[in-house]
Unconditional design. Structure first.
Length: 265
């Protein structure tokens, strides 16, 4: 709780009971959240000014501590009453402008070591829990709607939606240029390319489907045509006979040219 140590050193002479130390911790949490103390008691006194320190006489009543705070932007004024009930402290905080009220009950022994009031480094314990109780029990309920929306917007910027799926495209790569699906004239446009430089037309060429096809090794023999060893390895070989026979894959005549059966062409 940065800043509490010099405050405690300044107020140490007035700290005689464990609840005094707890009030110091509560006071500093309000300061951390943008409030400044105006004074002690229900009514304002002469020459009051906003301060991060506790006012004179803040510890006069060990059973009921009454302090008034104002936000740094002067938008809110809080009236804090810390009431001792046996070993617990009941915090009752009212926003005088909106009349909103927040209540928190703290067990003093959970946050203060009564035997170490002289040593700041040992007097406080469970400080993170104390900060959470003050923030969730007092600060958040008294925060205005506009301030809540602002805090939520800032949180969204710092912590984006964890359910949002990130883009799958690697960084630095440009997205492919696809034809617009809304243009009816783009359908089959690749089939009009005379150079065949584009792919994705409406007519499928099985010889250019992209699947690997085994080549012909004439030195190993061609069943029914050449015995093994008829062609020396590495020799230039001009295949004969129907080129599609005896090998897997589609027939090259699968896509005959237009007018192939016209004897006058």
């Amino acid at each position: 709780m940065a800043g509490l140590e010099p405050l405690y050193a300044w107020a140490r002479a007035a700290v005689t009971r464990p609840q005094d130390a707890l009030v110091c911790g509560i006071h500093w949490e309000l300061v951390r959240h943008g409030y400044r103390c105006l004074g002690a008691g229900d009514q304002p006194g002469p020459d009051e000014r906003k301060s991060e320190l506790l006012p004179a006489g803040w510890e006069a009543n060990k059973e009921v501590y009454t302090l008034r705070y104002q936000s740094t932007d002067d938008a809110r004024e809080l009236l804090l009453k810390a009431i001792m009930v046996e070993d617990s402290m009941i915090l009752n905080v009212m926003d005088r402008s909106s009349q909103k009220v927040a209540d928190v009950t703290l067990a003093v022994a959970d946050y203060i070591n009564p035997e170490h009031l002289d040593d700041f480094h040992k007097v406080y314990k469970n400080t993170e829990e104390l900060r959470t109780r003050i923030s969730s029990g007092i600060i958040a309920p008294l925060r205005g709607p506009a301030e809540k929306a602002k805090k939520e917007t800032e949180a969204e910027k710092k912590d984006p939606d964890p359910l949002r799926v990130p883009p799958r495209q690697p960084t630095g790569m440009r997205a492919p240029s696809w034809p617009s699906p809304l243009s009816p004239f783009a359908v089959g446009g690749e089939d009009l390319d005379p150079l065949g430089g584009r792919s994705g037309g409406m007519i499928v060429d099985p010889l250019r489907s992209g699947f690997p096809r085994p080549g012909i090794d004439p030195s190993s023999g061609i069943p029914g045509r050449l015995p093994p060893g008829a062609v020396p390895p590495g020799a230039r070989f001009d295949p004969f006979g129907p080129p599609g026979a005896g090998r897997p894959g589609p027939d090259p005549d699968h896509l005959p040219p237009p007018g192939y059966d016209d004897m006058f062409m």
